[in-house]
Design a protein. Structure first.
Length: 137
């Protein structure tokens, strides 16, 4: 164990990032299985994890700016964090794609039911017309 505050922050950031990645994987599973209840639970968890992860990233940037030089341990942790950040980005983009596909499908169903209104979303997932958005969507 080390008393180095930089290492402590980096380890906390890595742990939080890994937890966030696991939550994003569970979110993907909920999206694929259309488990709306689980998706709602995970969304709340992920929002908190993202906020905490962002706070730790900002803390790291602040304290590394004050640190004289990177130790081998610090450099290794930063590399691990970079890989975790890349994984988080990949998972978040995949989940975003799944959500966009679902919205396009819902738009197509609405068009079939009410063709005079037209689809709210294009095939690419972009909003065509102003629609009411809810936090649970």
């Amino acid at each position: 164990m080390t008393d180095d505050p930089v290492v402590a922050v980096l380890r906390a950031e890595l742990e939080t990032g890994e937890e966030l990645a696991r939550s994003l994987e569970r979110q993907r599973e909920a999206l694929v299985t259309r488990n709306i209840d689980r998706l709602g639970e995970l969304t709340e968890i992920i929002e908190g994890q993202f906020a905490h992860f962002n706070t730790l990233m900002q803390t790291r940037e602040r304290i590394l700016g004050d640190a004289p030089a990177l130790t081998d341990t610090t450099a290794a942790l930063i590399r691990q964090i970079a890989r975790t950040e890349a994984r988080i980005k990949e998972l978040a983009e995949l989940n975003q794609s799944l959500i966009a596909d679902r919205l396009a499908y819902v738009g197509a169903m609405l068009s079939a039911i009410r063709p005079e209104k037209g689809a709210a979303y294009s095939a690419g997932g972009e909003m065509r017309a102003q629609a009411a958005l809810s936090r649970s969507a």
